[in-house]
Ligand binder design. Structure first.
Ligand code: TYM
Length: 329
């Protein structure tokens, strides 16, 4: 029997090169090996205010983007989180298994609550990880491919699964996180200390959106912040900008850092950036062509309906096991 792989994206903005290289590509590369599930985390999107019409179109964009990035509905169950109500119920149950301290320690919460500042932090941001725990545990997931920023949430999932299993008996499968060695944190091209984020403004010069006009994407790469050391070398501390571009190139082409360094020995940053821009633009062109092909609401609705049906079968079974273990039924 195949093991299960699951991942998801929060439809809170247009997908970035970071989402693709850090998570979706790793999922697509493995979708045949596993029983694969990918979902649109729309319940997670309402942890902070999002205009309802925007949310709706972001969900469709996300499904079409999954398909454009190579997720194959014949091999993978594609579904929308809110179509499977068991996510909410198990999320609620898992919140009660969690200590305040555990949630306060989540770096994503700390970071986002800092941004929220004086306005106050939504409770949703605080309990968001326990919904993610439920997303993972509902499908008996063995492997969760995510970017570095989500690793801590998968580790929390393991802690809570272990705690629950100890208290109530073996109910949950223990998931492993998969964070790829290269490309797990694609950084903002203008500020390589920061992660590239889909909530960045669409005109953000440091963020490559998968739907960016190719000329715009090229310009963003050509004007990426580098350093004055003037040699192509992987050193995240002293050359974060160049290292980020090397990660992007390496993750797309599969060429290792050593080989890139050798090819560019004695050459300038301009030539290197041109190659990165070519490779990224080819990738975007391919994704955008497929996106145009798949972006048909009727087709996307059908895919989501089929996906929800398959997902519900497993989710219901896990929730029934959970409530039974708790003595709730
Ligand atoms: P989200 O929507 O912020 O990001 C989706 C995926 O993309 C990865 N990612 C990146 N990887 C590398 N470099 C970057 N700059 C970058 N930006 C984003 C994220 O790590 C993630 O893997 N909570 C999740 C969604 C979610 C989920 C789940 C994922 C909800 N439930 C269950 C896995 C399993 C989130 O907000 O991801």
């Amino acid at each position: 029997m195949k093991k299960t792989m699951l991942t998801g994206v929060r439809p809170s903005g247009n997908l970035t090169l970071g989402n693709y290289l850090g998570a979706i590509k790793n999922f697509v590369d493995r979708q045949e090996i596993y029983d694969s599930y990918i979902f649109i985390a729309d319940l997670h999107a309402i942890t902070s205010y999002i205009e309802p019409t925007k949310l709706k179109s972001a969900v469709y964009n996300c499904v079409a983007m999954y398909l454009a990035c190579g997720v194959d509905p014949a091999k993978t169950v594609i579904f929308k989180q809110s179509d499977v109500l068991e996510h909410g119920t198990l999320g609620f149950i898992m919140t009660f298994q969690t200590k305040m301290g555990e949630l306060s320690r989540m770096t994503q919460f700390k970071y986002k609550s800092q941004l929220a500042g004086k306005e106050g932090v939504d409770t949703g941001l605080f309990v968001y990880p326990t919904l993610m725990v439920a997303d993972i545990l509902l499908y008996n997931t063995a492997i969760v491919p995510v970017g570095k920023d989500q690793q801590q949430h998968v580790e929390l999932t393991r802690d809570l699964a272990e705690r629950f299993n100890k208290r109530y008996g073996e109910v949950f499968e223990m998931p492993d996180v998969y964070v790829a060695p290269v490309g797990n944190k694609i950084c903002n091209l203008q500020n390589p200390a920061e992660k590239m984020n889909k909530s960045d403004n669409s005109d953000n010069k440091g963020t490559i959106f998968l739907m960016d006009d190719l000329a715009v994407a090229r310009k963003k790469i050509m004007s990426a912040k580098t350093d004055d050391l003037a040699y192509v070398h992987f050193d995240e501390e002293n050359q974060p900008g160049i290292s980020n571009l090397m990660s992007i190139l390496s993750k797309i082409t599969g060429e290792d850092f050593e080989s890139i360094e050798k090819r560019y020995a004695g050459k300038g940053y301009g030539e290197f950036k041109r190659e990165v821009a070519d490779v990224v633009c080819n990738l975007l062109a391919e994704i955008q062509a497929k996106y145009a092909h798949f972006n048909d609401q009727k087709v996307l609705d059908e895919i989501l309906a089929v996906g929800a049906k398959s997902a519900k079968i497993v989710a219901k079974e896990t929730l029934a096991r959970t409530t039974k273990a708790l003595g709730l039924n």
